[in-house]
Design a protein around this ligand. Structure first.
Ligand code: AMP
Length: 130
């Protein structure tokens, strides 16, 4: 069973469909462990998503269930994407939402890679009422 409050893996989630080639994406990198593509609603000049090629609902699920080769291969792919995009000099931010309080929308583990401008504070204050 997946380890997170998000329930079992949904084979119809949008990133599963992208992995199966059912929905297009603007691909920036792919290897046996990971696929990276531009976010459809970018929040920075560079906003890329890196997803593992496996049925992992969240970081909690991935870190508990993925085998060692997948964990190493996935995180090496994240670094490769940043390097291939030429982001290492100016810097970048990695972010992974996990579960309800984080606002995770897509129940397939993914890392956001942001770059291309000063990224400000790590956490933006919640809007009034949140
Ligand atoms: P999260 O809130 O961490 O689950 O982030 C989900 C991200 O997926 C958001 O930044 C969305 O803009 C992005 N997203 C949703 N659908 C697509 C898609 N079809 N292609 C690329 N990015 C997407």
């Amino acid at each position: 069973m997946p380890v997170s409050g998000l329930g079992p893996y949904d084979e119809q989630n949008i990133f599963a469909r992208i992995l199966r080639g059912e929905i297009p994406c603007r691909k920036v990198f792919e290897d046996e462990f990971a696929l990276a593509f531009h976010d459809i609603a970018p929040q920075a000049p560079v906003h890329v998503l890196v997803i593992p090629k496996g049925p992992f609902v969240s970081f909690a699920d991935f870190s508990a269930q993925a085998d060692t080769a997948m964990i190493a291969g996935f995180f090496r792919a994240v670094g490769t994407v940043a390097r291939q995009l030429g982001l290492e000099v100016e810097g970048y931010r990695l972010l992974a939402n996990m579960g309800k309080l984080s606002g995770q929308e897509v129940p397939h583990f993914h890392v956001h890679l942001f770059a291309g401008k000063p990224l400000g504070r790590m956490l933006v204050a919640p809007a009034a009422g949140e």
